[in-house]
Design a protein around this ligand. Sequence first.
Ligand code: MRU
Length: 362
Amino acid sequence: MRVHGIPTRTIQALPDRSGVEIIDQTRLPHRYELKRLVTWQEAAEAISVMRVRGAPLIGATAAYGLALASNADTSDAALMAVASGLIETRPTAVNLRWAVERMLARLVPLSPSQRCEVAWAEAAAICEEDVAQNQAIGRHGLELIRAIQQRKGGTVNVMTHCNAGWLATVDWGTAIAPIYAAFDAGIALDVWVSETRPRNQGAALTAWELNQHGVPHTVIADNAAGHLMQKGEVDLIIVGADRVAANGDVANKIGTYLKALAANDNKVPFYVAVPGPTLDFRLHGGAGIPIEQRSASEVSHIAGRGPDGDVVEVQLTPDGSPALNPAFDVTPARLVTGLITERGVCAATPQGLAGLYPEQAR
Ligand code: MRU
């Protein structure tokens, strides 16, 4: 996608493999800054503090974390220590474990002298595959949006939650890829962007990237979503996922479950866009998905641009009030209309998933 008209990806290896460059997403939407990561510890820190975030981008950054580590030490002991250090950074997005395991499976059988070159190539391959998967999700999701447009005419109103756009992936996004595809195909669209407290990925990131692409959108408070559905203002909801269990249960950003409940009550189609690396066939159901607990300060404080243009953080809650910050929730499969994958759209059921991913379901 483009930033200020320039084609850009969220993570790029430097040509001499001395590091990788990321967009520092903690600075958006008010500052657009690139940051260079040179060590695996810097990659781990970028994932932990959410300079990079979104399940596919977390996986891609972890893969490059192993490549960065291999610049210094390619021994088995070093690879294993780095792998577990990276896996510990964020527990919910299964793409992290998937990427680390894929890198290890590729590197461990090689002699240490071969590993560095292969690590950089494998991390690049993970990124290229992510882009292709997201483009395919976009094509399949476009057909769903087109069908709604042909049925009702006029503007299609799509709601999304958090940021599952290109900032959450290497490029294109998952939930937002169908929106870009539909917009580029000339379908009239308006996107309800749910702000996504406490980290505000909707208000800060989804709104920023839709602006960059010129897609019409409106930011809403999370609590406005049910009301808009009751009023018939939402034709379709598309969200992303951090992990989908074998039965179709979906872990995604906190608040997704409430949207799915309201969608079900109002008969609004609720789709989850999910690439293969986000599927976890080792888990039968969503109850086993680890839910990340983040700092209470993300609830008690909020950052924004002040009148002088500087970004400032302010405290929302009274001194002494504790806060709780579960970062994800699980939406039961029965509330999911369908999963939009790179292989097509399927039911959120064991059969639906096994039909599209027989090799993983086995
Ligand atoms: O905490 P975040 O910002 O990493 O959470 C991101 C989400 O929940 C996304 O919806 C999910 O990772 C899918 S990204 C294509």
